[in-house]
Design a protein around this ligand. Structure first.
Ligand code: DDH
Length: 304
């Protein structure tokens, strides 16, 4: 029973109607004024960066809490540009105020993958939002900078070691590393965000195994951008690879999976779906006192 004077937030869906949220996420994707015509890739990057801060040893970080709203995570250079993705989702949040930001960001990534032709992702709700810390108070629940991968590490063994360091600390393995990297079939680099420039494939708003095909079959030539950043280009200078992408060719275990996914898109879709599903679950405790939210939330899933 609502007490007199308590404001009611207007909701266009019933709490728990994730299908209604998904529909509105899909409706926000197409936009001829944004990059290659879809917000999908940057929403996938948002879901990944929200989740990839997880550290298994300390059980901190991950998507629960939606901590990217707060410094120092919000100002991490690795997250440059994701403020735009978060702002874009505000319209969806306004229509469905019952959903947590943490659920909304991860659902948006999973939904975008599916909408761009990718596999279904086993997304589960139940994340809660960390309340804003008091001004000037550092919260141990907000992960520090430096937990996400550094694209300038590579193309050789330094890149291999770095990828293992970053992903093994999340509790993910070599196969997950290669499968998740295939998300770079989508989207592009922006000089005003990461400093790198250009797309990895010729179809950046379609989920496919083309990242592995390009990585293996194209020639990759060093290119120094006007801003001094080093990346790799194909002979036509139409697509690019990061130094860290090329590190996947510098290790026999990584390369085995690159070859497997280049040859077999079905295998890639199956493995990506599993690994991305795992990624989105990292550190999600569903009310067991990790992010200070609701005490218990029924788990309804898989929904998509
Ligand atoms: Fe990534 N990524 N990513 N990435 N990523 C960038 C863009 C996108 C690295 C660096 C960059 C994953 C792994 C890695 C996506 C998804 C995923 C950009 C460009 C850089 C740099 C940002 C910009 O300038 O706008 C590095 C390094 C790694 C690694 O070492 C493994 C993973 C695991 C995923 C995932 O989703 C599972 C997507 C999508 C984009 C395109 C974003 C956009 O706006 O377009």
């Amino acid at each position: 029973v609502a007490a007199f004077g308590v404001a009611t937030v207007f909701s266009e869906s019933k709490a728990g109607d994730y299908e209604a949220v998904k529909k509105d996420i899909i409706d926000t994707l197409d936009d001829s004024d944004w990059d290659d015509g879809s917000w999908g890739p940057v929403l996938v990057r948002l879901a990944w960066h929200a989740s990839g801060t997880y550290e298994k040893k300390s059980k901190t970080g991950g998507s629960d809490g939606a901590t990217m709203r707060y410094a120092p995570e919000s100002t991490d250079g690795a997250n440059a540009g994701l403020d735009k993705a978060r702002a874009k989702l505000e319209a969806v949040k306004a229509k469905h105020p019952w959903i947590s930001y943490a659920d909304l960001w991860t659902l948006a990534g999973a939904t975008a993958i599916e909408a761009m032709g990718g596999p279904k992702i086993n997304w589960k709700p139940g994340r809660t939002d960390l309340p804003a810390p008091a001004p000037g108070v550092a919260s141990a629940k907000i992960p520090p900078n430096g937990r996400l991968p550094d694209a300038s590490k590579g193309p050789g063994v330094n890149g291999v070691d770095h990828l293992r360091f970053i992903f093994h600390k999340m509790g993910l393995d070599d196969r997950d590393i290669v499968a998740l990297s295939g998300a770079h079939a989508l989207g592009r680099c922006h000089p005003d965000r990461s400093g790198f420039d250009g797309p990895w494939t010729h179809s950046p708003i379609t989920f496919s195994n083309l990242y592995y095909v390009e990585l293996l079959e194209n020639f990759w030539i060093e290119k120094k951008l006007p801003n001094g950043v080093l990346q790799y280009r194909d002979p036509d200078d139409t697509i690019m690879m990061l130094p860290s992408d090329l590190a996947l060719l510098a290790d026999p275990v990584f390369k085995k999976w690159v070859v497997a996914y280049a040859r077999d898109e079905k295998l890639f879709f199956e493995d990506f779906s599993k690994s991305f599903g795992k990624l989105l679950e990292l550190g999600v405790t569903r009310g067991q006192a990790s992010s200070g939210g609701l005490s218990s939330i029924p788990i309804i899933g898989p929904l998509i």
